[in-house]
Design a protein around this ligand. Structure first.
Ligand code: NAD
Length: 373
Protein backbone atom coordinates (compact mmCIF):
# COMPACT_ATOMS: atom_id res chain seq x y z
CA UNK A 1 0.00 0.00 0.00
CA UNK A 2 1.33 3.45 -0.95
CA UNK A 3 2.24 5.86 1.80
CA UNK A 4 1.79 9.62 1.78
CA UNK A 5 3.52 12.12 4.07
CA UNK A 6 1.37 14.55 6.06
CA UNK A 7 2.31 17.74 7.87
CA UNK A 8 -0.12 19.42 10.24
CA UNK A 9 0.05 23.10 11.20
CA UNK A 10 -1.61 23.81 14.54
CA UNK A 11 -2.19 21.50 17.47
CA UNK A 12 -5.39 22.88 18.99
CA UNK A 13 -8.94 21.54 18.75
CA UNK A 14 -8.74 20.86 15.02
CA UNK A 15 -5.04 19.95 14.99
CA UNK A 16 -5.94 17.04 17.25
CA UNK A 17 -8.99 16.11 15.14
CA UNK A 18 -6.88 16.04 11.97
CA UNK A 19 -4.08 14.02 13.59
CA UNK A 20 -6.57 11.44 14.91
CA UNK A 21 -8.26 11.20 11.51
CA UNK A 22 -4.99 10.72 9.59
CA UNK A 23 -3.99 8.04 12.11
CA UNK A 24 -7.33 6.21 11.90
CA UNK A 25 -8.16 6.38 8.21
CA UNK A 26 -6.07 3.50 6.84
CA UNK A 27 -7.43 1.19 9.54
CA UNK A 28 -11.02 2.00 8.58
CA UNK A 29 -10.91 2.36 4.79
CA UNK A 30 -9.42 -0.53 2.80
CA UNK A 31 -7.00 0.13 -0.06
CA UNK A 32 -6.44 3.76 0.72
CA UNK A 33 -3.22 5.78 0.73
CA UNK A 34 -1.61 5.23 4.13
CA UNK A 35 -0.78 8.58 5.78
CA UNK A 36 2.53 8.99 7.58
CA UNK A 37 2.49 11.75 10.16
CA UNK A 38 5.76 13.35 9.11
CA UNK A 39 5.82 16.81 10.68
CA UNK A 40 3.92 19.12 13.00
CA UNK A 41 4.33 22.85 13.62
CA UNK A 42 2.81 25.17 16.18
CA UNK A 43 3.50 28.69 17.40
CA UNK A 44 4.15 27.10 20.77
CA UNK A 45 7.10 24.68 20.71
CA UNK A 46 5.83 22.82 23.77
CA UNK A 47 2.44 22.22 22.12
CA UNK A 48 4.20 20.86 19.02
CA UNK A 49 6.40 18.63 21.19
CA UNK A 50 3.38 17.22 23.04
CA UNK A 51 1.50 16.62 19.78
CA UNK A 52 4.52 14.87 18.25
CA UNK A 53 4.78 12.58 21.26
CA UNK A 54 1.07 11.89 21.41
CA UNK A 55 0.32 11.26 17.75
CA UNK A 56 3.68 9.94 16.59
CA UNK A 57 4.86 12.70 14.23
CA UNK A 58 8.35 11.93 12.99
CA UNK A 59 9.58 15.48 13.50
CA UNK A 60 8.71 18.94 14.73
CA UNK A 61 9.12 21.76 12.24
CA UNK A 62 10.39 24.97 13.83
CA UNK A 63 7.71 26.92 11.95
CA UNK A 64 4.99 26.45 9.35
CA UNK A 65 7.16 27.94 6.58
CA UNK A 66 9.67 25.11 6.96
CA UNK A 67 6.91 22.52 7.25
CA UNK A 68 5.34 23.40 3.90
CA UNK A 69 8.76 23.09 2.19
CA UNK A 70 9.48 19.64 3.64
CA UNK A 71 10.07 17.30 0.67
CA UNK A 72 9.03 14.23 2.66
CA UNK A 73 5.40 15.30 2.85
CA UNK A 74 2.77 15.72 0.14
CA UNK A 75 -0.17 16.90 2.26
CA UNK A 76 -0.31 20.07 4.35
CA UNK A 77 -3.14 20.27 6.82
CA UNK A 78 -3.93 23.79 8.09
CA UNK A 79 -5.69 23.94 11.45
CA UNK A 80 -4.76 27.45 12.56
CA UNK A 81 -6.95 30.57 13.00
CA UNK A 82 -8.74 31.77 9.87
CA UNK A 83 -6.56 34.80 9.13
CA UNK A 84 -3.54 32.55 8.56
CA UNK A 85 -5.19 30.14 6.09
CA UNK A 86 -4.52 32.18 2.97
CA UNK A 87 -0.80 32.68 3.48
CA UNK A 88 -0.19 29.09 4.57
CA UNK A 89 -2.31 27.57 1.79
CA UNK A 90 -0.65 29.66 -0.91
CA UNK A 91 2.82 28.69 0.34
CA UNK A 92 1.84 25.02 0.49
CA UNK A 93 0.33 25.14 -3.02
CA UNK A 94 3.46 26.86 -4.33
CA UNK A 95 5.46 23.98 -2.87
CA UNK A 96 3.24 21.53 -4.77
CA UNK A 97 1.41 20.14 -1.72
CA UNK A 98 -2.19 18.98 -1.54
CA UNK A 99 -3.95 21.17 1.02
CA UNK A 100 -6.46 20.24 3.69
CA UNK A 101 -7.62 23.50 5.25
CA UNK A 102 -10.00 24.17 8.10
CA UNK A 103 -13.13 26.22 7.55
CA UNK A 104 -13.88 28.98 6.87
CA UNK A 105 -11.36 28.85 4.05
CA UNK A 106 -10.42 32.53 4.44
CA UNK A 107 -11.59 35.83 5.88
CA UNK A 108 -13.11 37.08 2.63
CA UNK A 109 -14.34 35.80 -0.71
CA UNK A 110 -11.58 37.83 -2.40
CA UNK A 111 -8.93 35.85 -0.49
CA UNK A 112 -10.75 32.59 -1.16
CA UNK A 113 -10.74 33.34 -4.90
CA UNK A 114 -6.96 33.77 -4.86
CA UNK A 115 -6.60 30.45 -3.07
CA UNK A 116 -8.91 28.65 -5.54
CA UNK A 117 -7.05 30.04 -8.54
CA UNK A 118 -3.67 29.09 -7.11
CA UNK A 119 -4.77 25.54 -6.26
CA UNK A 120 -6.42 24.94 -9.62
CA UNK A 121 -3.46 26.36 -11.54
CA UNK A 122 -1.10 24.10 -9.60
CA UNK A 123 -3.33 21.06 -10.04
CA UNK A 124 -3.25 20.12 -6.35
CA UNK A 125 -6.18 18.54 -4.52
CA UNK A 126 -7.88 20.62 -1.83
CA UNK A 127 -10.26 19.75 0.98
CA UNK A 128 -11.98 22.05 3.47
CA UNK A 129 -13.11 20.98 6.94
CA UNK A 130 -16.88 21.05 6.57
CA UNK A 131 -16.89 17.69 8.32
CA UNK A 132 -20.63 17.63 9.12
CA UNK A 133 -21.36 17.00 5.43
CA UNK A 134 -19.59 13.66 5.81
CA UNK A 135 -22.41 12.20 7.92
CA UNK A 136 -23.86 9.29 5.90
CA UNK A 137 -27.38 10.35 6.92
CA UNK A 138 -26.78 13.83 5.45
CA UNK A 139 -25.66 12.13 2.25
CA UNK A 140 -28.93 10.15 2.30
CA UNK A 141 -30.95 13.34 2.94
CA UNK A 142 -29.34 14.89 -0.12
CA UNK A 143 -30.19 11.79 -2.20
CA UNK A 144 -33.80 11.84 -0.96
CA UNK A 145 -34.16 15.48 -2.01
CA UNK A 146 -32.45 14.95 -5.35
CA UNK A 147 -34.57 11.89 -6.20
CA UNK A 148 -37.80 13.81 -5.52
CA UNK A 149 -38.76 11.73 -2.47
CA UNK A 150 -39.75 14.92 -0.64
CA UNK A 151 -41.54 16.33 -3.68
CA UNK A 152 -41.25 20.03 -4.38
CA UNK A 153 -39.19 21.69 -1.65
CA UNK A 154 -41.12 24.49 0.07
CA UNK A 155 -38.73 25.71 2.75
CA UNK A 156 -35.45 25.34 4.63
CA UNK A 157 -34.97 26.32 8.27
CA UNK A 158 -31.34 26.00 9.28
CA UNK A 159 -29.45 26.84 12.44
CA UNK A 160 -26.04 26.48 13.99
CA UNK A 161 -26.31 27.44 17.63
CA UNK A 162 -23.77 26.91 20.41
CA UNK A 163 -23.15 28.71 23.70
CA UNK A 164 -19.36 28.88 23.94
CA UNK A 165 -19.46 32.71 23.73
CA UNK A 166 -22.63 33.21 25.84
CA UNK A 167 -20.75 34.29 28.98
CA UNK A 168 -19.77 37.99 28.61
CA UNK A 169 -16.62 37.22 30.62
CA UNK A 170 -15.24 35.00 27.85
CA UNK A 171 -12.19 37.07 26.88
CA UNK A 172 -11.27 38.58 23.53
CA UNK A 173 -9.65 36.05 21.19
CA UNK A 174 -8.92 35.55 17.49
CA UNK A 175 -12.53 34.52 16.90
CA UNK A 176 -13.60 38.10 17.83
CA UNK A 177 -11.00 39.81 15.69
CA UNK A 178 -12.71 41.29 12.58
CA UNK A 179 -9.52 40.54 10.62
CA UNK A 180 -10.22 36.89 11.33
CA UNK A 181 -13.68 36.75 9.81
CA UNK A 182 -17.28 37.68 10.38
CA UNK A 183 -17.87 36.45 13.93
CA UNK A 184 -20.45 33.73 14.56
CA UNK A 185 -21.59 33.96 10.93
CA UNK A 186 -18.19 32.87 9.60
CA UNK A 187 -17.18 30.63 12.49
CA UNK A 188 -20.25 28.40 12.81
CA UNK A 189 -22.60 29.92 10.23
CA UNK A 190 -20.26 28.63 7.52
CA UNK A 191 -21.21 25.09 8.58
CA UNK A 192 -24.97 25.56 8.18
CA UNK A 193 -24.46 27.49 4.93
CA UNK A 194 -22.39 24.56 3.65
CA UNK A 195 -25.17 22.19 4.74
CA UNK A 196 -27.86 24.29 3.02
CA UNK A 197 -25.87 24.35 -0.23
CA UNK A 198 -25.07 20.62 0.00
CA UNK A 199 -28.76 19.74 0.35
CA UNK A 200 -30.54 22.33 -1.79
CA UNK A 201 -27.93 23.90 -4.05
CA UNK A 202 -26.79 27.48 -4.51
CA UNK A 203 -28.11 30.40 -2.46
CA UNK A 204 -28.97 33.22 -4.87
CA UNK A 205 -29.98 36.07 -2.55
CA UNK A 206 -29.57 36.99 1.10
CA UNK A 207 -31.16 39.44 3.51
CA UNK A 208 -29.27 39.41 6.80
CA UNK A 209 -29.40 40.94 10.24
CA UNK A 210 -26.18 40.68 12.27
CA UNK A 211 -26.18 41.46 15.97
CA UNK A 212 -23.43 41.88 18.57
CA UNK A 213 -24.86 40.90 21.94
CA UNK A 214 -21.76 41.39 24.13
CA UNK A 215 -20.21 44.65 22.92
CA UNK A 216 -17.33 44.58 25.41
CA UNK A 217 -15.28 41.63 26.56
CA UNK A 218 -12.25 41.28 28.86
CA UNK A 219 -9.08 41.99 26.87
CA UNK A 220 -7.57 38.78 28.27
CA UNK A 221 -8.55 36.03 30.66
CA UNK A 222 -9.21 37.56 34.10
CA UNK A 223 -8.29 41.08 32.94
CA UNK A 224 -10.32 44.09 34.14
CA UNK A 225 -9.42 45.88 30.91
CA UNK A 226 -12.09 45.54 28.23
CA UNK A 227 -11.98 45.45 24.47
CA UNK A 228 -14.75 46.44 22.05
CA UNK A 229 -16.29 43.62 20.02
CA UNK A 230 -17.12 44.47 16.41
CA UNK A 231 -18.15 41.08 15.06
CA UNK A 232 -21.58 39.48 15.32
CA UNK A 233 -22.68 37.06 18.04
CA UNK A 234 -25.90 36.23 16.17
CA UNK A 235 -26.54 36.28 12.43
CA UNK A 236 -30.05 35.84 11.06
CA UNK A 237 -30.33 35.32 7.32
CA UNK A 238 -33.33 35.07 5.04
CA UNK A 239 -32.17 33.22 1.96
CA UNK A 240 -33.54 32.56 -1.51
CA UNK A 241 -32.19 29.42 -3.14
CA UNK A 242 -31.50 29.37 -6.86
CA UNK A 243 -33.88 26.38 -7.17
CA UNK A 244 -36.78 28.66 -6.15
CA UNK A 245 -37.54 27.92 -2.49
CA UNK A 246 -36.75 30.28 0.36
CA UNK A 247 -35.51 29.68 3.86
CA UNK A 248 -33.82 30.99 6.97
CA UNK A 249 -30.41 30.42 8.48
CA UNK A 250 -29.28 31.40 11.98
CA UNK A 251 -25.76 31.36 13.37
CA UNK A 252 -25.59 31.98 17.09
CA UNK A 253 -22.70 31.42 19.49
CA UNK A 254 -24.47 32.90 22.53
CA UNK A 255 -27.34 30.36 22.49
CA UNK A 256 -27.37 29.49 26.19
CA UNK A 257 -27.64 25.75 26.75
CA UNK A 258 -26.91 24.75 23.17
CA UNK A 259 -23.67 22.90 22.54
CA UNK A 260 -24.03 21.67 18.97
CA UNK A 261 -27.40 22.57 17.48
CA UNK A 262 -26.40 22.36 13.85
CA UNK A 263 -29.77 21.50 12.43
CA UNK A 264 -32.36 21.93 9.76
CA UNK A 265 -35.97 21.34 8.85
CA UNK A 266 -36.79 20.86 5.19
CA UNK A 267 -40.43 20.73 4.12
CA UNK A 268 -41.58 19.49 0.73
CA UNK A 269 -44.86 18.58 -0.93
CA UNK A 270 -44.30 14.84 -0.35
CA UNK A 271 -42.43 14.84 2.94
CA UNK A 272 -40.10 16.54 5.38
CA UNK A 273 -36.76 15.98 7.09
CA UNK A 274 -35.56 17.16 10.49
CA UNK A 275 -31.96 16.87 11.66
CA UNK A 276 -29.78 18.05 14.53
CA UNK A 277 -26.08 17.35 14.99
CA UNK A 278 -26.85 16.83 18.71
CA UNK A 279 -28.34 13.47 17.65
CA UNK A 280 -26.51 13.05 14.40
CA UNK A 281 -27.03 9.33 14.04
CA UNK A 282 -30.74 10.01 13.53
CA UNK A 283 -32.77 11.65 10.79
CA UNK A 284 -36.46 12.37 11.26
CA UNK A 285 -38.51 11.69 8.14
CA UNK A 286 -42.16 12.54 7.56
CA UNK A 287 -43.93 10.99 4.56
CA UNK A 288 -46.95 13.01 3.51
CA UNK A 289 -50.27 11.49 2.52
CA UNK A 290 -50.68 8.59 4.92
CA UNK A 291 -53.50 7.80 7.32
CA UNK A 292 -53.44 10.78 9.73
CA UNK A 293 -54.06 8.43 12.68
CA UNK A 294 -50.77 6.66 12.05
CA UNK A 295 -48.46 9.26 10.56
CA UNK A 296 -45.78 11.34 12.20
CA UNK A 297 -42.04 11.76 11.95
CA UNK A 298 -40.23 8.44 11.67
CA UNK A 299 -36.78 8.20 13.31
CA UNK A 300 -34.28 6.77 10.81
CA UNK A 301 -31.22 5.30 12.53
CA UNK A 302 -27.70 5.24 11.08
CA UNK A 303 -26.41 1.76 10.35
CA UNK A 304 -24.19 -0.25 8.01
CA UNK A 305 -26.57 0.40 5.08
CA UNK A 306 -25.48 4.04 5.27
CA UNK A 307 -22.05 3.90 3.66
CA UNK A 308 -19.37 4.17 5.13
CA UNK A 309 -20.91 3.53 8.60
CA UNK A 310 -20.28 -0.22 8.15
CA UNK A 311 -16.53 0.31 7.87
CA UNK A 312 -16.53 1.79 11.39
CA UNK A 313 -19.01 -0.58 12.98
CA UNK A 314 -20.98 -3.60 11.80
CA UNK A 315 -23.95 -3.01 14.12
CA UNK A 316 -26.69 -0.43 13.56
CA UNK A 317 -27.58 1.95 16.38
CA UNK A 318 -24.03 1.88 17.87
CA UNK A 319 -23.38 5.30 16.33
CA UNK A 320 -20.60 7.27 14.70
CA UNK A 321 -18.81 10.07 16.57
CA UNK A 322 -17.43 13.50 15.63
CA UNK A 323 -13.92 12.22 14.91
CA UNK A 324 -15.36 9.56 12.58
CA UNK A 325 -16.76 12.36 10.38
CA UNK A 326 -13.25 13.83 10.20
CA UNK A 327 -11.91 10.40 9.26
CA UNK A 328 -14.44 10.19 6.40
CA UNK A 329 -13.36 13.69 5.31
CA UNK A 330 -9.71 12.58 5.25
CA UNK A 331 -10.64 9.38 3.36
CA UNK A 332 -12.42 11.42 0.67
CA UNK A 333 -9.35 13.67 0.40
CA UNK A 334 -6.95 10.72 0.07
CA UNK A 335 -9.16 9.06 -2.55
CA UNK A 336 -9.16 12.26 -4.62
CA UNK A 337 -5.36 12.51 -4.31
CA UNK A 338 -5.13 8.91 -5.56
CA UNK A 339 -7.09 9.94 -8.65
CA UNK A 340 -10.63 9.09 -7.54
CA UNK A 341 -13.62 11.41 -7.76
CA UNK A 342 -13.33 14.58 -5.66
CA UNK A 343 -16.08 14.44 -3.03
CA UNK A 344 -15.11 17.83 -1.65
CA UNK A 345 -15.93 20.28 -0.31
CA UNK A 346 -12.88 21.72 -2.02
CA UNK A 347 -11.54 25.28 -2.12
CA UNK A 348 -13.97 26.20 -4.90
CA UNK A 349 -17.00 25.15 -2.83
CA UNK A 350 -15.57 26.94 0.23
CA UNK A 351 -15.25 30.08 -1.91
CA UNK A 352 -18.98 29.82 -2.74
CA UNK A 353 -19.75 29.53 0.98
CA UNK A 354 -17.54 32.56 1.66
CA UNK A 355 -19.48 34.55 -0.95
CA UNK A 356 -22.70 33.93 1.00
CA UNK A 357 -20.97 35.10 4.19
CA UNK A 358 -19.64 38.29 2.58
CA UNK A 359 -23.03 39.01 1.01
CA UNK A 360 -24.74 38.58 4.38
CA UNK A 361 -22.36 41.07 5.99
CA UNK A 362 -23.00 43.62 3.24
CA UNK A 363 -26.75 42.98 3.39
CA UNK A 364 -26.84 43.64 7.12
CA UNK A 365 -24.92 46.90 6.64
CA UNK A 366 -27.18 48.03 3.80
CA UNK A 367 -30.38 46.62 5.37
CA UNK A 368 -31.27 45.13 1.99
CA UNK A 369 -31.70 41.91 0.02
CA UNK A 370 -28.51 41.34 -1.98
CA UNK A 371 -27.61 38.95 -4.79
CA UNK A 372 -24.79 36.49 -4.01
CA UNK A 373 -22.42 37.24 -6.85
P1 NAD B 1 -7.23 26.50 18.45
O1 NAD B 1 -7.02 27.84 19.00
O2 NAD B 1 -7.70 25.39 19.36
O3 NAD B 1 -5.91 25.96 17.73
C1 NAD B 1 -5.18 26.76 16.85
C2 NAD B 1 -3.75 26.26 16.86
O4 NAD B 1 -3.02 26.93 15.85
C3 NAD B 1 -3.03 26.52 18.18
O5 NAD B 1 -2.33 25.34 18.54
C4 NAD B 1 -2.07 27.67 17.83
O6 NAD B 1 -0.93 27.69 18.64
C5 NAD B 1 -1.74 27.32 16.40
N1 NAD B 1 -1.24 28.44 15.61
C6 NAD B 1 -1.73 29.69 15.51
N2 NAD B 1 -1.00 30.43 14.66
C7 NAD B 1 0.00 29.63 14.22
C8 NAD B 1 1.11 29.80 13.34
N3 NAD B 1 1.33 30.97 12.75
N4 NAD B 1 1.95 28.77 13.14
C9 NAD B 1 1.73 27.57 13.75
N5 NAD B 1 0.70 27.35 14.59
C10 NAD B 1 -0.15 28.36 14.83
O7 NAD B 1 -8.25 26.69 17.25
P2 NAD B 1 -9.25 25.63 16.63
O8 NAD B 1 -10.53 25.66 17.39
O9 NAD B 1 -8.56 24.33 16.41
O10 NAD B 1 -9.56 26.35 15.23
C11 NAD B 1 -8.60 26.34 14.20
C12 NAD B 1 -9.32 26.34 12.86
O11 NAD B 1 -10.23 25.23 12.83
C13 NAD B 1 -10.17 27.58 12.60
O12 NAD B 1 -10.13 27.91 11.24
C14 NAD B 1 -11.59 27.15 13.00
O13 NAD B 1 -12.60 27.86 12.34
C15 NAD B 1 -11.57 25.70 12.57
N6 NAD B 1 -12.50 24.83 13.34
C16 NAD B 1 -13.19 23.89 12.63
C17 NAD B 1 -14.06 23.04 13.31
C18 NAD B 1 -14.80 21.99 12.52
O14 NAD B 1 -15.78 21.42 13.02
N7 NAD B 1 -14.40 21.72 11.31
C19 NAD B 1 -14.21 23.13 14.70
C20 NAD B 1 -13.46 24.11 15.38
C21 NAD B 1 -12.59 24.93 14.69
Amino acid sequence: MNEIGVGIIGTGFMGQAHALAYRAVAGVFPDILRPRLVAVADLHAEAARKAAARFGFEKISPDWQQLVQDPSLSIVSITTPNFSHREMALAAIAAGKHVHCEKPIAVSAADAKIMVEAAEAAGVVTQVGFNYLKNPLIKMAREMIASGELGEIFSFRGIHAEDFMADPNIPYSWRLDPNCGAGALADIGSHIISMARFLLGPIAEVNADLETVHKLRPAALGSSETRAVEVNDIARLNVAFKRGCHGSIEANWVATGRTMQLGFEIAGSQGALVFTQERFNELLYYKAGGNRRHTGFQRLEAGPEHDPYGLFCRAPGHQLGFNDLKTIEVADFLKAIAGGPAAGPDFREAWEIQKVIDTAVASSQERAWLVVS
